[in-house]
Design a protein around this ligand. Structure first.
Ligand SMILES: Cc1cc2nc3c(=O)[nH]c(=O)nc-3n(C[C@H](O)[C@H](O)[C@H](O)COP(=O)(O)O)c2cc1C
Length: 218
């Protein structure tokens, strides 16, 4: 049965764009497997489409439940060899948020208006792929925020500098008493959305970046 669908799918592919092919395959998989979680998958695809970086926040605080849900998402992040080399500093103190908003020359000012900042740390001695692990955890927090209807934005810390030329990591270490062996990868600003942002426009998807079978093959 799958072979038949694969054959159909391949001929479909020669006629339509890759995007159409993917939709076709998803429909067929759903028919073959009535227990499929297609509905959930569609909600997840909406979530991905709606998540846009939010740099303007309202004054509304987060509930304790919302904060716990965000942190659970971070702690459930996949990590290489399950090393869980990350740690997180959760900041909701307004003075500290203001201080952290100066951690970079540009691209961090909105931290002062966020309800929450999750500072994502990792221990390079605990994992040689700590950047990947901490990046995934950062994104998990962002996706969970979107699922809660909250806005978020990634503030890059690694390899960045303050307006005075101090490495952003050093600045954050000093502000939050972070032990030296931990690196600061990012700060995820979270809060209630202070403006509307359009969902991702699928017209702008760069399908030319997808290569089938071999790089550059037609
Ligand atoms: C690794 C990484 C670092 C980023 N650093 C910053 C940052 O320091 N400041 C900022 O305002 N946005 C930052 N962003 C957000 C990007 O600018 C944003 O994701 C990109 O422009 C696409 O926009 P969208 O998130 O609204 O789809 C970062 C995103 C990533 C993935």
């Amino acid at each position: 049965m799958y072979d038949l669908y694969l054959y159909d799918a391949m001929s479909c592919f020669s006629l339509f764009k890759f995007e159409v092919f993917i939709r076709f395959l998803r429909t067929k998989l759903y028919i073959c497997n009535p227990n499929s979680e297609l509905k959930n998958m569609e909600r997840f695809s909406d979530l991905i489409k709606n998540r846009r970086s939010m740099r303007k926040f309202s004054d509304e605080e987060l509930t304790q439940d919302e904060v716990v849900t965000l942190l659970k998402a971070a702690l459930m992040s996949p990590s290489s060899k399950r090393s869980n080399c990350w740690q997180f500093v959760v900041v909701d103190d307004k003075e500290m948020l203001e201080r952290l908003s100066h951690c970079k020359e540009i691209g961090s000012a909105f931290l002062k208006d966020a309800a929450l900042a999750v500072v994502v740390l990792a221990d390079p001695l605990a994992s040689d792929v700590w950047i990947e692990d901490a990046s995934i955890a950062s994104l998990m927090i962002q996706l969970q925020a979107e699922d809660l209807g909250l806005g978020s934005c990634w503030v890059q810390i690694r390899e960045r500098y303050t307006a005075e030329g101090v490495p952003s990591g050093e600045f954050v270490h000093a502000a939050l008493d972070i032990p030296l062996q931990l690196q600061v990868l990012s700060i995820i600003a979270v809060g209630h959305k202070g403006m509307e942002r359009k969902p991702f426009n699928e017209e702008h998807l760069q399908w030319e970046k997808i290569h089938l079978h071999k790089y550059g093959a037609e």
